[in-house]
Design a protein around this ligand. Sequence first.
Ligand code: IPE
Ligand code: IPE
Ligand code: MG
Ligand code: MG
Ligand code: MG
Length: 281
Amino acid sequence: LIEKVLDGFLPGEDEFPQALHKAMRYSVFAGGKRVRPVMAMAAADVVGDGSADVTGVACAVELIHTYSLIHDDLPAMDNDDLRRGKPTCHKVFGEATAILAGDALLTLAFAMIVCKTSDRPSQAIMSIKELVGAAGSFGMVGGQVVDIESEGRDIAFPVLEYIHIHKTGLLIRAAVRCGAMVAGANGKELDALTKYGDAVGLAFQIADDILDVEGDTGLTGKNVGGDAKKGKATYPAVIGLKDSRKRADELVEKGISALEILDDKAEPLREIARYIVKRKK
Ligand code: IPE
Ligand code: IPE
Ligand code: MG
Ligand code: MG
Ligand code: MG
């Protein structure tokens, strides 16, 4: 469903300016796992009766995520040449087009909510507000800045947590919250899901750091071991692999316990939490 909606919404490759639209499509359809949209839809299923169309917010989160990856890979940032098993966007289309493709995807994310959630205007506005917070300078972009500033430096644990919560955790939390809000969550449900999103969002980035150490490029589609070479502020670098694994497991348990007040309908979210630390890519 997500693939279909994204495909229908993104401008075609033959639309002018073609290079830009090709670059946007190249990165959006490069084989991402779609974890965030799936989480948005799973959260909606917990609280709603299935009648709300949450594809707008679910896909919007994926567009913001993809933009963040295009920029994350740029020479001025992580300088990576491999993403999702393919050459990074700037390697194929050049830096200027990659930067602009990211910009356009971020903008398109909000257009997607406006267009696809127009039958629920107050929920659409709540979601936009949520994503503005999660993606901006107090969210993902803030985390990315501190990540870059911390390269090659000894950093304290609270700074490490700030980086991980902001660069990755908050967008995952927003995916869960937006899905739930559009589907009409009540205060208690949203509270539980927010706690889940916080815990699992942080666990996701710890697992990403662990995969950078012990993953397989063939599976992750990223250059494994790159973070250590760059002197990145990662969990394994700061607290070691064993404690990183322990912390990720604890967070998954915390996320699952937060869902206690929700019934069997929350089982997919519980399984996604377990998958996040078990995944090989
Ligand atoms: C990787 O995210 C970058 C992080 C924010 C940790 P994902 O592991 O979700 O990447 P894709 O979308 O599946 O490629
Ligand atoms: C990515 O963190 C976070 C964002 C893109 C917001 P990383 O730099 O660890 O992600 P990968 O490992 O390159 O996917
Ligand atoms: Mg990075
Ligand atoms: Mg990176
Ligand atoms: Mg990483």
